[in-house]
Design a protein around this ligand. Structure first.
Ligand SMILES: *Cc1c(COP(=O)(O)O)cnc(C)c1O
Length: 387
C-alpha cells in the first residue's frame, strides 16, 4: 500500500495545489486492524474527531461502529451528523461552555469527561433545568510522563488538564450534592504522539492505584477510559503504515486490573488517520543560499502547522523524481511570511526543480483541521484515493 505516484501526478493536472490526499484504502485497512485488535478484548474505541473531521473520513470511521471522542459542542453535532451514535460519544475539554454542555445534555451523550469541581456543579445545574441525569467520568490527572513534546504532554500535574489526587475527597462531597449527575467512570489522557509504549504501562499501574481508592470508598465505576495518544511512524510511513494495535491493546490486557463488568474505553485520533493523509504541493522556486538551498513550495504552515508548532518531523518526498538518486539537501519552506514556515531542514532529495511535485507525508492528523487563512490563503481541497 505504497504511495501511488502516478495517481498523484495525474490528480495534480485536475486540482490546484496544494491539496490533501486521503488514501481511503489505507484508512479502512487501519480501521480493520484496530477493530480486530480491540474486539479481541471487547475494548471500546472512540475516534477523537479533532484529529481529522473531514466528513468522508468521519462517515467511514463511524461505519465501523467506533464511538466518538469530542472536545467541543460542534464536534458532538458533527459526529452525530456523520453517523456516530450519541450513546458512544464522550465529551472532554477543560473549558466546556454552558451552550456546549446543553448540546451534550440534549443529545444524551455517553459521558461528559469532567475536568474540575466547578464544571461538575455547572453540569448538574444545567441538567436539573432539563430534568435530566448527566453521566460523567472524572478526568484524572495521573501524573505520568508521556515522553513526548512538551506542548502535547497532558498528564502531568503542571498541565491544565484533569483533576488531581488531592481533590478526590472534595469531589465526593460535591457528587453527593449533585442529584442530576451520575458518576460512571474515570478518564485519563496522558498526551499525544506517544511512541514509547512504556508510558502506557505506567498509566495502567497508576490507574490500578487510583481505582483502589474508589473501591475503598465503595464507588462502582462502569468504565475506565484511558484516552488516546498512540503515536505513528512519521519516519517510515511505508514500512509501518499501520500502528501495532495488537501490541498496544495487549499492554492494557496485561497490566490494567479491570473490575468485573467494567468496560475499557480508548480515544484514538492520530493512530487511525495520521498515515493515510498526504499534503501534495508543488515546487515554486529553488533558491541557492550560502550554506543551504531552499525549495520553496506552494503549501505552507497554513495547511500543515505541525512543524512550526511542535517542531514535528514529516517525511518529504519529491514524487516527480526517482528517489534512488536523492543526494542533494534542501530546506523545504512555504510561502508564508514567518521564519517558522519550514517543513524540514536539510531534507535529502533528488535534484529538485520548479514544477516538481512534493508529498509531505503523514498529514492526515492535525493537518486539515488546523488549516487557517493567514495571508488570506484558500483552505485547500481534499482528494480521496479509494484504492
Ligand atoms: C486529542 C485527544 C485524544 C486523541 O489524541 P491522539 O493523540 O490523536 O490519539 C484523545 N482524548 C482526548 C481527551 C484528547 O484531547
Amino acid at each position: 500500500m505504497e504511495l501511488n505516484r502516478d495517481y498523484i501526478l495525474q490528480k495534480v493536472e485536475q486540482y490546484p495545489t496544494p491539496f490533501y490526499l486521503y488514501r481511503m484504502d489505507l484508512l479502512t485497512a487501519t480501521l480493520d486492524a484496530c477493530k480486530n485488535a480491540a474486539d479481541k478484548y471487547n475494548y471500546k474505541v472512540h475516534y477523537a474527531l479533532k484529529a481529522n473531521s473531514d466528513s468522508h473520513v468521519l462517515s467511514t470511521i463511524s461505519s465501523y461502529g467506533f464511538g466518538a471522542d469530542c472536545v467541543s459542542g460542534q464536534e458532538i453535532l458533527t459526529a452525530i451528523e456523520n453517523g456516530f451514535s450519541p450513546n458512544h460519544t464522550a465529551f472532554a475539554g477543560v473549558g466546556k461552555t454552558d451552550e456546549e454542555i446543553n448540546i451534550g445534555l440534549d443529545t444524551e451523550i455517553f459521558t461528559f469527561n469532567c475536568e474540575s469541581i466547578q464544571e461538575i456543579e455547572v453540569i448538574n445545574e444545567l441538567a436539573e433545568k432539563k430534568g435530566k441525569i448527566a453521566r460523567i467520568a472524572l478526568r484524572i490527572n495521573p501524573n505520568v510522563n508521556a515522553n513526548t513534546h512538551k506542548y502535547i504532554t497532558t498528564g502531568l500535574e503542571e498541565n491544565k488538564f484533569g483533576i488531581n489526587r488531592w481533590e478526590f475527597e472534595t469531589i465526593l462531597k460535591t457528587l453527593e450534592q449533585c442529584q442530576n449527575i451520575k458518576l460512571t467512570g474515570l478518564h485519563f489522557h496522558i498526551g499525544s504522539q506517544i511512541v514509547d509504549l512504556s508510558a502506557y504501562r505506567s498509566l495502567c499501574l497508576r490507574v490500578n492505584e487510583i481505582q483502589q481508592w474508589f473501591i475503598e470508598h465503595r464507588i462502582l465505576l462502569e468504565h475506565i477510559n484511558v484516552g488516546g495518544g498512540l503515536g505513528i511512524d512519521y519516519y517510515q510511513p511505508d514500512l509501518n503504515p499501520i500502528v501495532d494495535f495488537e501490541g498496544f491493546f495487549a499492554i492494557f490486557n496485561d497490566f490494567l486490573e479491570l473490575q468485573p463488568h467494567q468496560e475499557l474505553h480508548f480515544e484514538l485520533g492520530r493512530a487511525l488517520v495520521g498515515t493515510m493523509g498526504e499534503l501534495i504541493t508543488k515546487v515554486l522556486y529553488i533558491k541557492n543560499g550560502q550554506r543551504t538551498n531552499f525549495a520553496i513550495v506552494d503549501a505552507g504552515m497554513t495547511e500543515l502547522i505541525r512543524p512550526a508548532l511542535y517542531q514535528a518531523y514529516h517525511k518529504i518526498e519529491n514524487i516527480s523524481k526517482s528517489t534512488h538518486n536523492a543526494d542533494e539537501f534542501y530546506d523545504v519552506v512555504g510561502p508564508i511570511c514567518e521564519s517558522s514556515d519550514c517543513f524540514g531542514k536539510r531534507v535529502k532529495l533528488p535534484q529538485t526543480e520548479r514544477g516538481d511535485i512534493v508529498a509531505i507525508r503523514c498529514a492526515g492528523a492535525y493537518g486539515q483541521v488546523m488549516a487557517n487563512q493567514y495571508n488570506l490563503r484558500k483552505i485547500p481541497e481534499v482528494v480521496y484515493y479509494e484504492g
